[in-house]
Design a protein around this ligand. Structure first.
Ligand SMILES: C[S@@+](CC[C@H](N)C(=O)[O-])C[C@H]1O[C@@H](n2cnc3c(N)ncnc32)[C@H](O)[C@@H]1O
Length: 513
């Protein structure tokens, strides 16, 4: 006999019409025994119509599934329960599900009912859950979270000023190779504004301690880090099972509550993430159930949670960190759109810091794409004009829109379609015309390049010609190639992670002839 899974796979190959007009009537007409053998029809119909059915079709499917909730077979009822939430089920379906939640309902059916109600339940479910023993421990928390989400979508406030408790740590994480640039930006901030003390920097992380009231806005005025998180504590355990209680205690701790309450407007919801370890559904469930039991005001919620509690593996344990999930990143409000091969913005900010524009800089990005490097450089000040060239007219249109959105009106900008090698034909560009070249060239991965060494060689040649003496070339070099022209002198080289592969972030100085 065919397994439910095999039949499901076969049914998923059918069109929605075939499923609805042939398979469903055949299922409805079948004998109880045949229906049990073809229960996969329910799953296939639920998935097919959830993915691409019209609202009208989904309503018809919902009505069919709701009828199946009354089926004498528990298995058919369970399949219908699992399919319903995918189809935009609401209060009517919630009522039908709650009617099935009787003291006599078996434990397996209760489990499925709980799962369906977690997804579609509201206040009625919450009231029923409190009086129904035997539901999964997470059902109440999940229903509360979805009600909270619907009631008041939470917002992280950048402007709230927080008086830190002693010993609070802030971790600024970045890609490998950029730590010193992140650290230098922090040092510069501290020299100007105080508020924080630099603790340490190592392994893609710069740690600081607040020493005065601060806001998230203060921290997000720094542009070079990738993510920011508050250290909640370190949990060490010999076995994963032994970590559940201490992790839950950290999540439910007064420090977590204090931070969440200080910076959140709306419900206090978080996701739990085992960084670099995949979903870890079982462990997440155990820890978040226990944390909820300790502190029911903080809700675990996989959907649209404003915060993430991240577990970073360390020796024999985990560093537990609270990270605001700000999307879009408030530092990137100039990004009207981006391109497939757009630069990682914190890398562009680090490059701009390395370039260090001083006064009246004339800046060229030969491969400007959506303009990230030019914008990050102009934002630092000291820039008179920026020139972007690229082969892709669509990317240039985005660069123009992004530059306008960045409100850098004092900086003149032009974005020209063409090969960078033809720079001398672009107005304003030519031999000894620019003081800074900053660029993230094609790496031969997302943007295919027939001869990458040739392209980088040509970039060195163009830079040696276009730069004024004293000018700088800052770029990410994807290959091990030095300039042939001796007038370009290497100033610094950092090996950086470009998202799974290493390149060199290099800075050259153009010497006088
Ligand atoms: C890595 S992307 C640059 C991304 C850009 N920094 C951004 O943030 O959007 C490289 C760009 O080089 C452009 N390109 C490739 N070959 C080129 C050439 N010979 N001359 C000018 N542009 C070129 C591609 O169209 C692409 O937009």
């Amino acid at each position: 006999m065919q397994s439910d899974k095999d039949l499901y796979r076969q049914l998923r190959l059918l069109s929605r019409e075939d499923l609805w007009q042939r398979e469903v009537p055949a299922f409805d007409r079948a004998s109880p025994r045949e229906r049990m053998q073809r229960v996969a029809v329910i799953r296939a119909v639920g998935v097919a119509f959830a993915a691409s059915g019209t609202a009208e079709q989904q309503a018809e499917v919902r009505a069919w599934l709701t009828r199946l909730l009354q089926d004498p077979s528990e298995k058919i009822r369970r399949y219908a329960m699992a399919a319903l939430p995918k189809l935009g089920a609401g209060a009517r379906e919630e009522k039908e599900l709650l009617n099935l939640l009787q003291p006599a309902t078996g434990p397996r059916e209760k489990k499925f009912l709980g799962r369906a109600l977690e997804k579609i339940g509201g206040a009625a479910t919450l009231a029923a859950v409190a009086q129904t023993p035997g539901l999964l421990p997470q059902t109440e928390q999940k229903v509360k979270a979805s009600l909270a989400r619907a009631d008041s979508p939470s917002v992280i406030r950048l402007d709230r000023v927080f008086s830190p408790p002693r010993g609070l740590r802030i971790h600024l994480r970045c890609r490998k190779g950029l730590e010193t640039l992140v650290r230098d930006e922090v040092r510069e901030y501290i020299a100007k504004h105080g508020k924080f003390r630099l603790l340490e920097f190592r392994g893609r992380c710069v740690a600081l301690a607040p020493i005065a009231p601060f806001s998230l806005g203060d921290l997000f005025s720094l542009r070079c880090f990738d993510t920011l998180a508050f250290g909640l504590g370190v949990v060490r355990a010999a076995r994963p099972a032994e970590a559940v209680e201490p992790l839950a205690a950290v999540i439910a701790s007064p420090l977590t509550r204090q931070l969440l309450a200080a910076f959140t407007e709306g419900s206090l919801r978080y996701r739990l993430e085992y960084v670099g370890k995949g979903h870890q559904r079982g462990a997440v469930q155990l820890v978040t159930n226990r944390a909820y039991a300790l502190c029911p005001d903080i809700l675990n919620d996989a959907r649209q949670a404003p915060w993430s509690i991240d577990l970073h593996a360390i020796r024999h344990g985990a560093s537990v960190e609270l990270r605001p999930r700000l999307t879009p990143d408030p530092r990137l409000d100039y990004r009207t759109d981006d391109v497939w091969a757009a630069s990682h913005p914190p890398l562009a900010a680090c490059m701009a810091r390395l370039a260090n524009p001083t006064k009246d800089e004339i800046v060229w990005d030969p491969f400007c794409g959506s303009g990230t490097e030019l914008i990050e450089t102009a934002m630092r000040g000291g820039v008179k004009s920026v020139h972007g060239t690229d082969l892709d007219p669509a990317a240039l249109a985005i660069a123009r829109a992004n530059f306008a959105a960045a409100k850098l009106a004092a900086v003149s900008a032009q974005f020209i379609c063409g090969d960078f090698r033809d720079f001398a034909s672009v107005a304003g560009l030519g031999p000894q015309s620019v003081t800074l070249i900053i660029t993230n060239p094609p790496m031969g991965r997302r943007v295919r390049v027939p001869n990458l060494y040739g392209l980088i060689g040509d970039l060195f040649t163009a830079a040696a010609s276009a730069l004024k003496p004293g000018g700088r070339l800052v770029f990410v070099n994807p290959v091990r190639l030095d300039p042939k022209d001796p007038s370009l002198q290497l100033q610094s080289r950092h090996v950086v992670d470009l998202g799974g592969f290493d390149c060199q972030l290099e800075k050259y100085l153009k010497l006088a002839p």
